[in-house]
Design a protein around this ligand. Structure first.
Ligand code: SF4
Ligand code: SF4
Length: 223
């Protein structure tokens, strides 16, 4: 039996699925060096809401400093992205040989050849959920979410995820506007932007408690 439920890390919600450790969803297929990385092909983006959380504690600040000094960090005015690996040569070769899996839900087949820099073989994500991007904390593949056997029971999760993402986007826009008013951007002066975010209030979101959804193994496609 597997479960989908909401987990909290220091008040930060995360949609968890116990079957992810045995992922067999198509989107979780890795044709790159790191196997068994589930759907961690994403190159995470960190916006003011995530950076604001990190700079409020010593361990978060230490993590932020570590992340920002990683290779392949690209800083933009209002966020930064940490690029992982992408085996473009193998991708193009397999495309030429018609060996890349295809599915109507997968528009960009480069996902099979990419690995997030924070995923570790056998350990999964090395970032604490409280500091992850909300994209990471709330992604769940279509094999799970669209399964007709439990799709209806997942509907409250999808609805609450949408509400939460709207809240975070609004918060981000407020923070970005406040930074702009002060003439601060991450590109101009990263440290000044962090100092500014340290002093701004964090508005908490009261994520509702949802009933866990039980999934019988024989009903599970994704894992
Ligand atoms: S969300 Fe889906 S694709 Fe991602 S690890 Fe879990 S089962 Fe695999
Ligand atoms: S940050 Fe963590 S959860 Fe997000 S894609 Fe990378 S390894 Fe996966």
């Amino acid at each position: 039996m597997d479960f989908i439920y909401i987990d909290f890390d220091n008040g930060v919600p995360r949609l968890a699925y116990t079957g992810c450790s045995r992922c067999s969803s198509l989107i979780g297929v890795s044709l790159c060096k790191t196997k068994d990385r589930g759907c961690c092909y994403y190159f995470p983006k960190f916006y003011p809401v995530e950076i604001q959380r990190m700079c409020r504690s010593e361990d978060g600040m230490a993590l932020l400093n570590k992340i920002i000094s990683m290779p392949n960090v690209v800083i933009y005015d209002d966020h930064f992205i940490v690029k992982g690996s992408y085996d473009i040569i193998l991708h193009h070769k397999m495309l030429k040989d018609c060996l890349v899996p295809s599915d109507k839900n997968i528009k960009d087949t480069s996902v099979f050849f990419k690995t997030c820099p924070f995923v570790s073989y056998g350990l999964g994500c090395t970032l604490p959920p409280r500091y992850r991007s909300y994209v990471c904390n709330f992604f769940i593949c279509s094999e799970i979410v669209d399964n007709p056997i439990y799709k209806d029971r997942l509907e409250p999760y999808i609805r609450e995820r949408e509400n939460y993402v709207r809240f975070l986007e609004w918060e981000n826009n407020q923070l970005i506007m406040a930074m702009r008013e002060e003439g601060i951007t991450f590109v101009k002066d990263f440290s000044a932007a962090v100092e500014f975010l340290k002093d701004t209030e964090i508005n908490q979101y009261d994520f509702p408690v949802l009933n866990p959804v039980a999934i019988h193994d024989d009903n599970t496609i994704g894992a």
